[in-house]
Design a protein around this ligand. Sequence first.
Ligand code: TRP
Length: 330
Amino acid sequence: MSDKIVLTGIKPTGMPHLGNYIGALKPLIERAREYKTFMFIADLHALNSVHDAAQIKQHTYEIAAMMIALGLDLNNAVLFRQSDIDEIYQLNTLLSNVTPKGLMNRAHSYKAAMDKNIAAGLDTDAGVNMGLYTYPILMTADILMYNSDIVPVGADQKQHVEFARDIAGYFNNTYGEIFKMPEPVIGADTGLIPGLDGRKMSKSYDNTIALFAPEKELKKKIMRIITDSKTPEESKDPDTSTIYQLYKHFATGAEIAEFAEMFRAGGMGYGTAKTILFEKINSVLAEPRAEYERLMANPGEIDEILARGAARARAVARETMARVKKAMLG
Ligand code: TRP
């Protein structure tokens, strides 16, 4: 067990798909067996785009239930709701006073919104609220609050972690060594995880399989995976097959080798290969899916786990805020 602290936030914006599971969630859960981990549902971060409380609440339950059902180690991992920690709003306000406005102007997410507006012939800031504009400050508050050493993120979030380092640096230069320097860790290279049409699995391509899709839907989706038109007898290349590429992430080494051999040998049709893939994924996910459904039917249990997490997180947050207030306000 390392003494490094890992921190990660997951925005509650709908059920993740198998690509998210393989690329991000599974590695997070594995890391949480080794490291003290703060894992929160970033409901405050969802607010800049979602203005429907019922939807945020529902998605927050879904993410929490999902992480618990996937076997997150709740001793090492502190699982909580971002908005439950009042200190986070406070640190956000205080950090905004050492954050240069120019830094926010350079944020990829804000620049992307401006570019879209310019392309559409609109005012550059149309539809941009201050939540979106100052998003990186709130994320910095998350990261610095819990004394994080390691922040695992997707490549799209790397700049935000670099901003957190910049802001920690400005703060420490002004007020003394109050904050630790966090390191971004970009997810393990799982290679491209293909969706139903063979392109990267992504909501924007509408080619995803939801992580906890009911068994019937899972089967239907897998049967819809696009293949080439080789006959069952023909030899097939596993490495260009979506079926095999997905199978690899759920099976053991020996099973993977055997499946590859069945592709190459010929004699296995794609229908059979899809059935084998379905059975494998289903056998891995059936138990967590049932636990997920059980938790979603018992939200009180999720509330309890989140309340316990919030109490643990708040203990750290209170200490950090005491240090920061003393440094800034005497
Ligand atoms: N911004 C992240 C996302 O959109 C979520 C997030 C919020 C986060 N706060 C964080 C991730 C702190 C890592 C650390 O995915």
